[in-house]
Every structure is written in C-alpha cells, then in structure tokens.
Design a protein around this ligand. Structure first.
Ligand code: IMP
Ligand code: MG
Length: 177
C-alpha cells in the first residue's frame, strides 16, 4: 500500500485569508494582555509563524513538544511531554496554537497540564478541526476550518513526517499497488 496526495481541500490563498481573520480577532481580544502563544510542535509551526506576523499587539512565543502514543494516523490519548515550555506561565494569558483537533485527547491533556500552572487564562486556537472524530469535548475559541473525517496533510500537517512543507492542505489518499 502506498499513499499519494489527493484532492486539495484548502488552497494557499484561503488559508492566508483565514489566518489574517483569526489574527485580527486575537489582536482585538488580547489587546493589553500580551498573550503567550504556545506552539505545539511540530505541526503548528507554520500556522503560528504566519499568525504571529499578522498580530498587531505585543505577544510572546513558546514551544512544547508532546508525543501521543498511537499509530501514524490515530492518537491514543496517552501523552508524554518531550519538550516543556521555557516560560513560567503563572498569571499569563496562554493561547495554545494547534494544527488540528482530531480526537481532542492531546489537547485535553495539554490544557489540563497548563491549567495546573496557574495561568490567568488558557485558550485554544486550532487551524483545523475534525468534529466528527471527537472523543472528548474541547472548547476551542479560535478555529480556522472544519474538515471532513479524512486524513489531511500540508501546511505543517504530516504523514510519517512528510508533506509538512506544502503551502496548501490536501487529503492523503491510499492506493493499493
Ligand atoms: P488528537 O489527540 O486525536 O486530537 O490528535 C491531534 C494530533 O494528531 C494533531 O496535532 C496531529 O499531529 C495529528 N493528526 C490528527 N489528524 C490528523 C490529520 O488528518 N493529518 C495529520 N495529522 C493529524
Ligand atoms: Mg503529527
């Protein structure tokens, strides 16, 4: 079985326009709050880099790496922190930047973990969401696009570390060869 790129579901232009809209909302909501944007590595790197350059307010960046045990396409909900934040987030307004919310298990863990450090607030901004796959409820304040229950790649999203560098988002299709 091999994989190949299928239909493009989000073009570069659409993504750029939506990122600009989200940045405008975040700039308005977080004026005078100097949010700490927490990028969940690696998938959200491209999204965060584009988003932060559209913000019109002061902000700071930090990074976290987590591994969720599971297969290449499914997470198990058992999450391990591989790289923790550099910043002390006590009293800070934290905005978690994610690439996609699928089952919600990774984010649910991450959010609980960050909340226990006494920040002023913790919200989530995810480029994509697949609501039909949800196993736990996750309140996500900022969402870019809803996508169907298909495995998608590009603009940071990978399949076995490939396809992250695409400027658009496409469905990964399986081909029996
Ligand atoms: P969750 O814990 O099931 O919500 O998984 C979230 C993580 O799984 C994301 O941060 C992605 O790394 C990965 N993931 C889920 N769905 C996709 C997809 O369609 N394409 C690429 N990665 C995905
Ligand atoms: Mg991944």
């Amino acid at each position: 079985m091999t994989t190949e790129l299928g239909e493009t579901i989000l073009a570069e232009k659409e993504i750029r326009a939506r990122v600009t809209e989200l940045a405008a909302r975040i700039s308005a909501d977080y004026a005078d709050k100097e949010p700490l944007l927490v990028c969940v590595l690696k998938g959200a790197v491209f999204f965060m880099a584009d988003l932060v350059r559209e913000l019109t307010i002061p902000s700071e960046l930090d990074f976290m790496a987590v591994s969720s045990y599971g297969s290449a396409t499914d997470s198990s909900g058992v999450v391990r922190i591989l790289k923790d934040l550099d910043a002390n987030i006590e009293g800070r307004n934290v905005l978690i930047i994610e690439d996609i919310i699928d089952s919600g298990l990774t984010l649910s863990y991450l959010r609980k973990n960050l909340r226990s450090r006494n920040p002023a607030s913790v919200e989530v901004c995810s480029l994509l969401t697949k609501p039909s796959r949800r196993k736990v409820d996750i309140a996500c304040k900022y969402v870019g696009f809803e996508v169907p229950d298909k495995f998608v790649v590009g603009y940071g999203l990978d399949y076995l570390e490939q396809y992250r560098n695409l400027r658009f988002i496409a469905v990964l299709s399986e081909e029996v060869s």
